[in-house]
Structures are given as C-alpha cells and as structure tokens.
Design a protein around this ligand. Structure first.
Ligand code: OXK
Ligand code: ADP
Ligand code: MG
Length: 571
C-alpha cells in the first residue's frame, strides 16, 4: 500500500484526498466498489482499479446502490457505492433508504459541489445540500471537510453501517477535498480501521430465563425466521436450536434456505395455520411489520399472541404488540445462550406432527399444479420447471422481483442454503433485480438466476449491459405476460393503452442479444427448463424471455388487500 502521491522539492512526501480515501477503504478490507463515475469522482474509480481492486460501473446509480446494499447483506461488511453529485446522489438515495429500511449495511460515498457556493445558493454545478437531504433516509450521514479527517470519517461510516442494527450511511466528499494535500506521514498517522465494528451484544441472564420458561411452557410454539437471522451468519446455531427443540419453523422470504425448505420441521406450506394456531412465536431477526400483519388480527387468530423476540435493536420490542419475552442482543449470542437454557425440554411432538401433515398436504396439492400443461404457460408450470432445474444447483443465488412473479416464485422455488434468495424485501421495491444480480455474482462467485416480472425488469433492465460487460454468470428470466400484474386489461374509456399494459410483442431476449449476451424466447415449460439448464452450464449472461399467459396474474399478487379502490363514479 502506498499513499505517497508526490515528493515536493524540499523532500517532504505528500498525499491527497484521493489516496487517503483509498487507503482508508483498503484498511477496512474493502475490495469491490459499485458505482457510476462522473464529476468529481471519475479519477477515484480509475485509481481504485489501478490499485488492483474492482470497480463495477453501472448505468444508473440506483442499481449500483442496490448492488452495494446486497453486497453488504451477503458479506456482513458494508457495501460501498460511489456516485457523482446532486442527480447521481439522488438516484442512489433510493437504494440507501432501502438499505436502511431492510437493515443492510452500506455506505454511499458521493462527491458534492463547493460548500461556499452551495451554502449561499449561488448556483454551482450540480448544487445541492446533499448531507441534509440524506440525513432522514439513512442511519448516519457525515461530511469530511479536511484530508486529516478522512481516516476518522471512513471509520465512522463503516462502524455506523455495520454495528447494532445494520443500515445505510451517507458520506459526503466535497470535490475540492479529493485534491487537497497533506504530508504523507500525517496522512498515514490519521488512518485507522475500527476495532470490532459490529460487537457482540449479550442479553441478560434474566431475559434468557424468561424466554426459556415461555418456550418450555408453550404447547404450540413456532419459530419465525427473518432476514436478520440469515444476515447474522450463525446458521449452525439456528439449525441446532430448531432441531434440538423440535419446534416447527417458518422463514420470511429472504430467510428461506437458512434451513432447507424441504426440512421436516419447515412449516412454510402451512403458513396460515401456524400463524393462527400457534400459542407462542419466537421471532428471530424478523419484525412484526406489514409483512406479518403487525402481529395481530385474524392472521394471528384474533386474540393476543405471546411473542419471544430476538433482535439487536431494543426499541423494536413492543413496536406493534407487547413482547412477552424480549431478547435484545445479537442473534448468535442470544441463540447460543438460549439453547442450553432449553436443554431437555419436551418437544411439542403432537403439534409438530399436525403442522407437518398440513404442510405436506399443501405441498402435494401444489405439486399437481406445477406439472399441469396449459395452452399458454402460466406461473405455476413455468416456475415449476425452474424449480426442478434449480434443485440441482443449491449454490445458485435466486434474485426475485415482481408481484405475481415474486409471490409465486417464493412459494414454488425451494431454497436449500442460507442467503441464496434475495428479493424485494421490506418495501416490496421493484428494480432490485439487476443490481442484486451483479453483486450476488461478484460476492458469491457462483451463478445467479434472476426471476423478474416484465414490469419489474424494466426498472433495471439496462444493467444487462453491465452484466455482459463483466461477463457475469447471470441468467435473467423475464416472466413476460405483457403488463403489470397481467397483460390483458382494456381501457374502457378511450383507445389509449390501459395503465397496466405493455407492448405484447416486446422481445426482451433480443435486448440481451443487442447488449452482448445470449437471448432465448421460450413458450413451454420444457423449453424454459432446457434454456435455463443450458445457460447455467455455459456461465454466459443469458436472458430467457418466458412468454406467460397475459391473463395469468392477479392485481398486486397476494397483497391485493392493500389496493385502494374507489367505489364512487364507476360506470
Ligand atoms: C408456501 N405455501 C406452499 C408452499 N410454500 N404451499 C405448498 N408448497 C409450498 N412449498 C403456501 C402457504 O402455506 C400459503 O398458503 C401460500 O402458499 C402463500 O405462502 P406465502 O409464504 O407466500 O404466504 P403469504 O400469505 O403470501 O405471506 C404474506 C406476505 C407475503 C405478506 C409475507 O405475501 C409477502 O412476502 N409479500 C411480499 C409482497 C410484495 O412485496 N410485493 C411487492 C410487489 S407488489 P396458506 O393457505 O397457508 O395461506 C406491488 O408493488 O404495487 O402491487 C404493487
Ligand atoms: P424480515 O423482513 O425477513 O421479517 P426484517 O428486516 O423485518 O426481516 O427484520 C430483520 C431484523 O433483524 C431487524 O429488526 C434487525 O434489527 C435484526 N437484526 C439484523 N441483524 C441482526 C443480528 N446480527 N442480531 C440481532 N438482530 C439482528
Ligand atoms: Mg407482468
């Protein structure tokens, strides 16, 4: 590592902002930067590559931001996104806010314009008070004003993103700072990596005892795994807790695969039943937000449920309903303390058996639909074909977005390993597809399959050029039914296309060919399976345009209850 930029005539060695930022990132073990260059950060991207690191150049900052955020989720180290000022910064801000909402650690580093001009609103190039705009959308926002503060600024950003509940951090770098110099010696002294940036956090013994007592006394306990449990990377501890206690478990979407979906205790296929009929629910890294009907109401069987909740964020407790046994701490510590406290507990065998029977009945019912031929492919038989192929590739990461494409793939495609399913998360955000795919391929060094609705794909579709440029082993399957939700809506009022409808003749496969990859159009489950298998084996960037029945799909998939519909003025 060299942070010596130049040697001046009197012999003093100098460094500058560019070098110090790179030194600080290196010191924190950063290897990959996801971003989009332009004034004033282009040189930083170039110099990062010159040091032997990777800079992934995207076509839109939002996708670079999504990539950085999921890199953070996959590695437990903040993902780094680099953007230009004002519009580039704003484009990335959605991803930063999404990272914070989903508890993904990332740092968005944006160049910004000159303070004295911005602050007097004198109309600088890309003038914007970025720091203050970022603040409400992230966990922490910092600006570095002096080269000697770069070390502390980067260290604070890394610690803020990774510690406690992870999240997004904004780091503002005024353009001028990049070239400001400092003696190399002072520069070197100013740099450091934070010691233990995400420290363990132990729950108290009383809290463990309280939780263990409730679990022992429960007749129909359920363990609900969230993406916090997957993030914690203590897979063996969680598996041991579940198997030692014999409690049925159900994963939230990104926790699928923490234990295989085919595990005998997996209650995914009996979801309604276990949420409703359980008498105690142990939440591990899952929040009682909208995705869990806020922990109350008919989903949960009407009355108040008893909850044990494991979470690192103390004020998550009681956010929606009272938590009978809060366990505040990191998941690994909490689970490893809970296990001995539960040793010898009686397994809830009868309940577990009833759950397993319900789940296997539902699985059987679904299996019939997955192989049923139809005149035009539907979600069941197309995803059924994908499921069969992916069974043989458990290391593949599945990226999934859309409405029906999301809900059906979550239900149909089994996951076998932790952190292999990445999706629209807490916000149900469309557009994560290609950014997540790039980062998953980079960080896991294994193939990626993205299953995207045709609408969802449109949000980040141009990044297939990024995928081909870096020759990433990504297969994109566009579930093409010609519209948002479905492609057969008609506009009763005029001849303008209906709001949910796209061109039915769109050739997404040809888009991929034009941008340097392989493109295939398929119309049957057999063709789809064959194309997917071939693509995975080839390792070549491929887009499979899967033609789905335009009439397949329901408005907003399984969350149609959230739609807002007027009852007034309809003909
Ligand atoms: C699950 N199920 C199965 C299986 N797995 N049956 C057979 N075999 C298997 N393997 C059953 C399960 O028991 C449920 O049936 C049903 O399938 C659905 O399961 P699941 O897990 O999907 O459950 P549910 O109720 O949909 O979960 C609620 C939810 C989920 C809110 C957590 O819908 C979700 O994550 N939604 C995210 C939606 C989203 O973000 N969309 C964004 C785009 S929409 P029963 O009989 O047990 O109930 C958008 O932007 O606007 O419209 C817009
Ligand atoms: P899901 O959407 O899968 O239900 P959420 O994003 O709602 O998951 O919840 C994840 C939770 O996990 C957050 O409340 C977060 O604070 C928590 N969390 C993340 N990492 C850890 C960890 N290492 N230890 C404890 N809790 C964690
Ligand atoms: Mg569609």
């Amino acid at each position: 590592m060299s942070n010596v930029a130049k040697i001046v005539p009197d012999g003093a060695e100098l460094t500058d902002g560019f070098h110090l930022i790179m030194d600080a990132l290196e010191m924190n073990g950063i290897e990959n930067i996801y971003g989009l260059v332009g004034i004033p950060v282009t040189e930083l991207g170039r110099m990062w590559q010159a040091r032997g690191h990777q800079f992934y150049s995207f076509r839109h900052e939002q996708n670079a931001g999504f990539a950085a955020s999921i890199a953070g989720y996959l590695t437990k180290k903040p993902g780094i996104c680099l953007s230009v000022s004002a519009p580039g910064f704003l484009n990335a801000l959605t991803a930063l806010a999404n990272a914070t909402t989903n508890c993904f650690p990332m740092v968005l580093i944006s160049g910004s314009s000159e303070r004295e001009i911005v602050d007097l609103q004198q109309g600088d190039y890309e003038e914007m008070d970025q720091l203050n705009i970022a603040r409400p959308h992230c966990k922490a926002a910092y600006r570095i004003n002096r080269p000697e503060d770069i070390g502390v600024g980067v260290a604070r950003a890394i610690r803020a993103a990774a510690s406690g509940r992870p999240g997004g951090v904004y780091l503002d770098i005024p353009a001028r700072l990049f070239c400001e110099t400092l003696s190399a010696e002072k520069g070197e002294q100013s740099l450091f990596a934070p010691v233990d940036p995400s420290p363990v956090q132990l729950p108290g013994p009383d809290a463990i005892e309280r939780a263990a007592k409730l679990i022992r006394e429960a007749e129909r306990p359920l363990i609900l795994l969230g993406k916090g449990a997957a993030y914690a990377q203590c897979d063996d501890e969680i598996k041991a807790l579940i198997e030692e206690t014999g409690i049925p478990f159900t994963p939230m979407s990104m926790a699928k695969g923490l234990l295989p979906d085919t595990h005998p205790q997996c209650a995914s296929a009996a979801r309604s039943m276990v949420l409703k009929d359980s008498d105690l629910v142990v939440l591990i890294g899952a929040r009682l937000n909208w995705l869990l009907a806020h922990g109350k109401g008919k989903t949960w069987g009407g009355g108040l449920k008893q909850f044990v909740q494991i979470d690192i964020q103390a004020d998550e407790m009681d956010s929606n309903v009272p938590i009978a046994a809060p366990l505040v701490g990191d998941i690994e510590s909490c689970v490893s303390l809970l296990r001995p406290a539960l040793r010898g507990m009686q397994k809830p065998s009868e309940w577990a058996k009833a759950v397993a029977e319900k789940a296997s009945g539902n699985r059987l019912k679904l299996a019939g639909k997955l192989t049923k031929p139809t005149a035009v492919m539907n979600y069941h038989n197309s995803l059924g074909a994908i499921r069969e192929v992916l069974k043989n590739y458990p290391d593949i990461t599945l990226v999934n977005e859309g409405a029906n494409a999301l809900d059906n793939a979550r239900m149909i495609i089994d996951q076998y390993k932790p952190r292999r399913r990445l999706d629209t998360g807490t916000w149900g955000v469309m557009g994560i597809g290609m950014g997540f795919s790039v980062a998953a391929a980079v960080e896991t060094r294994a193939p990626v399959v993205a299953v995207s609705g045709d609408s969802a794909f449109g949000f980040s579709g141009m990044e297939i050029e990024t995928i081909t440029r870096y020759k990433l082993p990504v297969t994109v399957i566009v579930m093409n039914n010609g519209g948002i939700y479905r492609g057969d809506e008609t506009n009763e009022a005029s001849d303008q296309a209906a709001v949910t409808v796209f061109n039915s003749s769109t050739r997404y496969d040809q888009m991929m060919v034009a941008l340097g990859g392989e493109g295939v159009r398929v119309t049957t489950p057999e063709e789809l399976a064959e194309a997917l298998e071939r693509s995975i084996k080839s390792g070549r960037p491929t887009l499979i345009d899967a033609i789905i029945d335009p009439a397949a799909g329901v408005e907003s998939g399984r969350i149609g209850n959230l739609n807002v519909v007027s009852t007034i003025g309809k003909k």
